[in-house]
Design a protein around this ligand. Sequence first.
Ligand code: IPD
Length: 261
Amino acid sequence: MASANLNVMIKAARAAGRSLVKDFREVENLQVSSKGPGDFVSRADLEAERIVREILTKERPNYGWLGEESDPVPGKDPTRRWIVDPLDGTTNYLHGLPHWAVSIALEHKGEIVAGVVFDAAKDELYVAEKGQGAFMNETRLRVSGRHKMIECIFATGLPFGGSRQLPRSLKDLGRILPATAGVRRFGAAALDLAYVAAGRYDGFWERGIYPWDMAAGLILVREAGGLVAPIVEGESILESGHVIATNAAIFETFAQVVRAE
Ligand code: IPD
């Protein structure tokens, strides 16, 4: 049974998802502004963030906040904070591509203990709590069991031109593409991780992403039986922004390829 916190997260994700679906129908009329190269924001993101924040703050006024569209807020309870991307996959959304999601995670004493990723366009709600398993619309999720690289499909994100990470990400791609059944780049890290949890992808890696892009997805993968790790051993995944997440069978082989100099 879902905890009270998870129910609050689901309520917030569904409410923001409804608002995003409504705006998505007329996405060509949205005013868009750029926060930097390849980084956009629209009224839809801001409204989704407002909705999530209103619900979470009303229900849990003491928790801290870390979100994509606003400054971090330390909570009266310093041990708990929400990590929120109200719209992961903004570029897809603004191009009318139905592949984006609301992502909400709860961190307790530095550990992600619950996550919700809501793909509102497809009505797929992914949820996980520590020790309770991962689910999509009530169906239990399990990572895939593939163990041969050449049979595996991996997802990634590629930084936009000008990013420091681009040369290294292209190097990764040059090694991984020929060794596998393929690489996908769909443009929403939260969904990439949810798809690993669902066994649709065998793994995911990305360099240079933010805590809100991946926090909820990481617990989905773990609770579906997968492994998540920083690309550089010993670093924190959320702080470094460089992540590997795969099924348990392929982890060592894949991590070696991504970690090789
Ligand atoms: C982006 C997406 C994308 C990833 C980028 C993220 P946003 O998040 O998750 O897949 O490659 O690194 O910034 O900006 O759409 O919330």
